[in-house]
Design a protein around this ligand. Structure first.
Ligand code: NAX
Length: 324
């Protein structure tokens, strides 16, 4: 059989960790023939709960799961990992300034970047989920200079999948028939969910939906605000959809996107489409042979250009705040 792949999940005692670890262990991320060893990291106050997660993973007897390391030691957690899914972070608490949350996360992502650089496999692929996801990924990149920048990404696939879901529901089509939506920019409410190049069963989304006002209005705000809407309904933030999307992100990155289709990923920006350079920006990407490339040549109208500018400006502002 294949050699096991080591997958790190940070924040593994949290809600997303609880939904993500079993998906990775059952093959949703790397395939039904790929054994995995899970490395689960959390902080000392969550150590007991983390051990409980490890017990349940053992009790699930997942055939693909060849081992579980549950630890609060970042060096042990990052040792020889092939894939790192960074879910742990400092949440914004009532009364906290954005700047204070940012500085807590900057220090976490600086030290975890150094640990990955020191201990992970040279080709490690990193996915940052914890918010502010784009800027945490940028901090990680800046502090792990030996990891190629293209190996450090952030999750906007959940927003992408939310956009697919909205179009599928609206048109009464299975979601597998909806393709090539785009999430541009920041994983925040400034993101731009763009359907101008997407299709439903091969037909442009615009034609299939046949409601321009909805597409330019409620569709966009529903996708942008979906995280808050889930919190309102569940009393907790998205976890199963976040975990599922994180698996989609890594699977497509490694196994490739089908020809003619793309997905959204937060990647280190080269300035394509007028996005700011040197921030982590969500673009449409095609994946092949374990790498990604930004889809080029899509037409951007004035409406879209304004939205890209706004979300890009926010990322530049976040970067300045993080570097303060
Ligand atoms: P939880 O609070 O349930 O879990 C977070 C876990 O991280 C906790 O167990 C905590 O102890 C741990 N942690 C804190 N500091 C750590 C550190 N330095 N090293 C390792 N672990 C640490 O949050 P959960 O609902 O699981 O969400 C996790 C993160 O994902 C949050 O930052 C959240 O905002 C973000 N999200 C990002 C999404 C995306 O699409 N990019 C969507 C879902 C989610 O909101």
């Amino acid at each position: 059989g294949k050699a096991p792949i080591k997958v790190l999940i940070t924040g593994a005692a949290g809600q997303i960790g609880y939904a993500l670890a079993p998906r990775v262990a059952s093959g949703s991320m790397l395939g039904a023939d790929q054994p995995v060893i899970l490395h689960l990291l959390d902080i000392p106050p969550a150590a007991q709960s983390l051990d409980g997660v490890k017990m349940e993973l053992i009790d699930s007897a997942f055939p693909l799961l060849h081992g579980v390391v549950a630890t609060t030691d970042v060096d042990e957690a990052t040792k020889d990992v092939d894939i790192a899914v960074m879910v742990g972070g400092f949440p914004r608490k009532a009364g906290m300034e954005r700047k204070d949350v940012m500085s807590k996360n900057v220090s976490i992502y600086k030290s975890q970047a150094s640990a990955l650089e020191k201990n992970a496999k040279p080709g490690v692929k990193v996915l940052v989920v914890a918010n502010p996801a784009n800027t945490n990924a940028l901090i990680l990149k800046e502090n792990a200079p030996s990891i190629p920048p293209e190996n450090i990404t952030c999750l906007t696939r959940l927003d992408h999948n939310r956009a697919l879901g909205q179009v599928a529901e609206r048109t009464g089509t299975p979601v597998s028939e909806v393709k090539n939506v785009i999430i541009w920019g920041n994983h925040s409410s400034s993101q731009y969910p763009d359907v101008a190049h997407g299709t439903v069963a091969g037909k442009p989304i615009k034609e299939a939906v046949a409601d321009d006002a909805w597409l330019a209005g409620d569709f966009i705000s529903t996708v942008q605000q979906r995280g808050a809407a889930i919190i309102k309904m569940r009393g907790m933030s998205s976890a199963l959809s976040a975990a599922s999307s994180a698996c989609d992100h890594i699977r497509d990155w490694i196994k490739g996107t089908p020809s003619g289709t793309w997905v959204s990923m937060g990647v280190f920006s080269d300035g394509s489409y007028g996005a700011p350079k040197d921030v982590v920006f969500s673009f449409p990407v095609e994946c092949k042979d374990g790498g990604w490339s930004i889809v080029q040549g899509l037409k951007i109208d004035d409406f879209a250009a304004g939205k890209l500018k706004a979300t890009g400006d926010e990322l530049v502002e976040e970067k300045a705040l993080a570097l303060e």
